[in-house]
Structure formats: structure tokens, C-alpha cells
Write a protein that binds this ligand. Structure first.
Ligand SMILES: [Ca+2]
Ligand SMILES: [Ca+2]
Length: 334
């Protein structure tokens, strides 16, 4: 009996190591992490609201945007308070704070409307709701603008969605364009540059939603980009949207069309952290933001892939996963 189990285990490990990185999640020691809903942004309805971006301030409060009503929300996990801060002049997706507490939002445009970056100054966020007039246009000519990430010098990196471009905007608002050359593999999904995050290694990590891939690139001292290097590629990463580095140094990705959260180790090993069907609690997860050991996730709730049809579940919401300590430190440290 014991011998049989050992043989089966060995066979599994060989198959997992050689053929299928996807097997790691199913056959490994880790239990699937449990996602739950932190806040339902529209308790009266399970559909009809779309949120994509998610970020947090230094106090651990979370921010997201309803793309249709253009409402900017703030959620305070400690108290459960949900505020509508303002109505934005145009819909926006990716969000990021700079070091001074100013909030930036990507508005990619389309159908003849150019992309811009919106900015709310820190003092407007100091209290409750504020006038829409406090929202300024920080930069223009950023078509497809979607994901945002700041480097240590305060330069803002903007992913251009299906354009394949990464835009860089200095703190003074000066913009340059890097044509990444990152390509789409699946014609039904043309978005190639989506979620962005800087690693501890100083490299910019870029999610390719189409090809199920994370690429990374070094930014040279003169501000130009080095060669694109593939960090990970796996069918588990189909729909890779928002990405964020966890407290453990692993990279976490929202695989939107798979209703899944995926972990990529430092050596590029890919495994599933959590996944579900269209019942939720993950409903087309789009963006990720860590507060300590808690991973917060925006549920966009688009009807596609594992989230189609999108009627079940609770709709636009912020989900969360508490990382277990035993998850940490057991990963491949590569
Ligand atoms: Ca709802
Ligand atoms: Ca749903």
C-alpha cells in the first residue's frame, strides 16, 4: 500500500516537473486559498457596474472606479466604510499613487478619443467627497492607457493595452513612448501590455493578457529600455491582467478570463492560488493590491471565459485573499 502511494507520488512529480507546470497547483502541498468578498459595490444588483482599477493609499484605504457612472470609490477595510468621492470627467481603469499621495488614473480612450492620465492631488483626498474640478489631466497622447506603475524616481509607466506601447511620463508630465514589440497570440484577445509592476530587482514586469505571459525589462540609467525577457508563460496566465508583488517577493497575477489568481515564483514557476466558476467570489478579477498579507482584488465581472455568463455571483466588488504564512517560504526561491 505504502509502496503504491510512493510510486504514484513519484510519477506525479515527474509528470509535473517535465510536462506540465499547471500540475504544480493541483498536485502540490498547497491548499487552494479562499477568496471572499470584502465589499459589494452595488448591493442592489449583481450586474450593470464595471470596475477595473484598484489601488490603496498609505493608510490602507482602497480606491476603485465604476467605468460607466465614472464614480471614484474609496473603501476602508477596517471600518467597512464605502465613500463615493467624486465623479470623474471620463472613465478610467488602472490606478496608482505617487510617493506624495497624489492619485493617477489611466483613461485609455478609443473610438477617436485619445488616451489621457487623470490626476487627483493628495489634499483633495484628505477628507470626504470633493468637486470633479479637482481632477486634472496630467498627460495626453497615451492611447490605450490601462496599467500604471511608478519607478523609484517618480516616473510613471503606462501600459497601452492593444497598442503594445509602454509610455513613460516624468514627474513634470513629459511623455515618451517605447514600442515594446510584445505581440498577441490569440486573435480574440489583442491586449498585449496590461498590468505593470516593478520588482525588487528594479525591472518592469508586464502582463501579456493575450499570450498568457509575463515579460520583464530593465530600465537603463539613461531611461531607455533594455531587451524584453520572458519571465513566465503558461496557459494558467491566459487573461493576465493586473499584477502585484506580494510580501513574499512572488508575483501575483489576476487571470481575468479564468476567474483565477496565479502565483509566479522568482524563478518563473507558475501555479494557481485560487480559482472558481462563474458563481464567484472571483468574478473576472482585474486588478490586485496588497495591504500587508492581504491581497485585494477588483471584480470587473465581464461575461467572458470562466465568468460567462456573468449573472451569477454578486457583481462588481472587491474580493480578498488572506495569505497564509505556510504559503510563504515554501515557494521555489529560484
Ligand atoms: Ca452587487
Ligand atoms: Ca457575476
Amino acid at each position: 500500500m505504502r509502496k503504491k502511494v510512493m510510486a504514484a507520488l513519484a510519477a506525479t512529480m515527474i509528470a509535473g516537473a517535465v510536462a506540465a507546470p499547471a500540475m504544480v497547483a493541483a498536485e502540490g502541498n498547497h491548499r487552494a486559498a479562499e477568496a471572499s468578498i470584502a465589499v459589494d459595490l452595488d448591493p442592489a444588483s449583481a450586474s450593470g457596474m464595471r470596475i477595473e482599477g484598484l489601488t490603496g493609499d498609505k493608510q490602507g484605504r482602497l480606491y476603485t472606479i465604476d467605468m460607466d457612472s465614472r464614480r471614484l470609490f474609496r473603501f476602508t477595510p477596517g471600518t467597512g466604510q464605502l465613500e463615493t468621492l467624486t465623479i470623474l470627467p471620463r472613465p478610467a481603469t488602472g490606478m496608482a499613487f505617487d510617493g506624495q499621495g497624489n492619485l493617477y488614473m489611466a483613461s485609455g480612450g478609443g473610438n477617436g478619443v485619445g488616451g489621457v492620465i487623470l490626476r487627483v492631488p493628495a489634499d483633495a483626498l484628505a477628507n470626504g467627497p470633493f468637486e470633479s474640478g479637482r481632477v486634472a489631466t496630467f498627460a495626453q497622447d497615451v492611447d490605450g492607457a490601462n496599467g500604471l506603475a511608478f519607478d523609484r524616481k517618480g516616473n510613471l509607466y503606462v501600459s497601452g493595452g492593444a497598442t503594445g506601447n509602454i509610455y513613460v511620463i516624468t514627474p513634470q508630465g513629459q511623455r515618451t513612448v517605447w514600442a515594446s514589440g510584445i505581440a498577441a497570440e490569440r486573435p480574440e484577445q489583442p491586449i498585449t501590455v496590461n498590468g505593470l509592476a516593478f520588482g525588487r530587482d528594479g525591472r518592469l514586469y508586464i502582463a501579456n493578457t493575450s499570450s498568457g505571459e509575463i515579460n520583464r525589462v530593465r530600465i537603463k540609467k539613461d531611461g531607455t529600455f533594455g531587451d524584453v525577457e520572458r519571465f513566465a508563460k503558461d496557459p494558467l496566465l491566459y487573461g493576465a491582467d493586473g499584477i502585484a508583488f506580494g510580501p513574499d517577493g512572488d508575483l501575483y497575477a489576476a487571470a481575468n478570463e479564468r476567474n483565477a489568481i496565479v502565483i509566479i515564483s522568482r524563478s518563473g514557476k507558475v501555479k494557481e492560488l485560487a480559482a472558481n466558476d462563474n458563481q464567484g467570489p472571483l468574478e473576472f478579477p482585474a486588478s490586485l493590491h496588497f495591504v500587508g498579507d492581504t491581497l485585494y482584488i477588483s471584480n470587473f465581472d465581464v461575461a467572458r471565459g470562466a465568468n460567462s455568463p456573468n449573472e451569477p455571483g454578486i457583481g462588481a466588488s472587491i474580493a480578498k485573499i488572506e495569505l497564509e504564512k505556510k504559503h510563504r517560504g515554501h515557494h521555489d526561491k529560484g
